[in-house]
Design a protein. Structure first.
Length: 391
């Protein structure tokens, strides 16, 4: 019996040891609800990123990767609950999420409570790496201010009105846009802000208030649309803003939305990612493989999911384990390759510094997805992102 005892003990602990050998990653996304297309792209990009970066082995330093996907339905309460479940019950080493800024903000204190790293992707609200930030939070997604700073570089003068969704993403974006115009010393003036519920389908009243505010202001008169999900741009165009000398300016969106913009050839804007813009081996693989598998090129949130995967793999490899303090030490100031090129986690607030793109809607679109032409890549060095957190 004495001889058997060590064997029995080893057998009893074998499942626990095997489980501990896995590196566990939680991916939380709004797979149900208005942001479902974003969540689907994020998940696809994240898994493709892990595949590419591990050479198809799905392991790091000999340890298998296990991805646990959870749907928070873009609801803050659910996002908070699912992250606590991932850290507490699933014992994940690191978590990634989520689609909604509201849900992401609700998740931040949970990362601090459990003392575990959370990589935010693709939520953009400035508060995530601003006043709601804590040391366990890193963001691969661009922030509202990065969006705004990029857009401000192509807005030298004129009068601007904003139509945005009435929640964290929309209000943050407009606030950031106003700050960005000041930061780049633009002569452009914001003359009106209009906020509408996310479920709005009739934009008549909002549009008329914007038209009235802009119509007598100095040219160019620009109505900027900040909208997650199906864009209201075509509905606004049907109200003929050109009667008042007003032009519409869309922010970059997902490919199915931008497909509906053919009538706006020549219109310019800025975007986080468009599959044909970056020139590097990682993006070449993503475009070719995604097109092969899904019969369409990767979208902006696909690239975002891939970037998050790269951050996770680079961090786990560099840290040598899933230990939180080792991960934080590895990630602060860390460079990592993405389909957009190199990103860097700024040590001050853990925001990924990254390039953006100035686009023009193509006049001659040769295929279903031949939508944009590149005016210029805006390097991270030209986006002087302010630090807004408190360490």
């Amino acid at each position: 019996m004495k001889k058997l005892l060590p064997i029995l003990i080893a057998a009893a602990f074998a499942p626990a040891l095997a489980s501990a050998a896995d590196l566990k990653i939680a991916l939380i996304a709004g797979k149900t609800g208005a942001l479902e297309p974003y969540a689907k792209e994020t998940e696809t990009g994240f898994l493709m990123g892990l595949e590419y970066l591990t050479g198809g082995k799905m392991e790091i330093n000999g340890r298998k990767l296990k991805v646990i996907v959870k749907d928070d339905q873009s609801k803050p309460d659910m996002g908070r609950t699912l992250l606590a479940e991932a850290y507490g019950d699933d014992k994940v080493d690191i978590a990634v999420g989520t689609s909604s800024s509201g849900s992401a903000i609700a998740m931040l204190p949970v990362a601090a409570e459990y003392k575990k790293v959370l990589v935010v992707e693709p939520a953009v609200a400035d508060a995530i790496t601003g006043d709601k930030w804590n040391r366990y939070v890193f963001r691969t997604a661009r922030s509202s201010m990065q969006d705004a700073m990029a857009a401000a570089t192509i807005a030298p003068s004129g009068s601007y009105g904003f139509l945005a969704q009435d929640y964290a993403f929309g209000r943050d974006a407009v606030k950031a846009a106003k700050e960005a115009l000041v930061a780049v010393k633009s002569k452009a003036k914001v003359v009106h802000e209009e906020y509408a519920p996310q479920a709005t389908t009739d934009f008549t009243a909002s549009a008329q208030r914007l038209f009235d505010a802009l119509k007598d202001k100095p040219q160019p008169r620009v109505l900027t649309i900040v909208w997650a999900g199906p864009s209201p741009m075509n509905k606004l165009a049907d109200m003929k803003p050109e009667r008042y000398g007003i032009v519409l300016a869309p922010g970059g969106n997902i490919l199915p939305v931008m497909k509906t913009w053919k009538n706006f050839a020549g219109t310019e804007g800025t975007i986080y990612y468009y599959y044909a813009f970056p020139k590097n081996k990682m993006n070449d693989w993503l475009v070719a493989e995604h097109t092969k598998r899904y019969k369409a090129p990767p979208d902006m949130f696909t690239a975002g999911g891939f970037a998050a995967a790269s951050a996770v793999v680079t961090a786990l490899t560099k840290a040598g384990s899933g230990d939180t303090e080792k991960l934080i030490a590895a990630m602060e100031g860390m460079d990592f390759d993405t389909p957009k090129g190199k990103m860097t986690f700024r040590k001050a607030d853990h925001q990924a510094l990254q390039p953006m793109y100035h686009f023009r809607i193509k006049k001659d679109q040769k295929s279903e997805w031949d939508l944009l032409e590149l005016v210029r890549e805006i390097p991270a060095s030209e986006i002087p992102l302010p630090v807004k957190n408190k360490r």
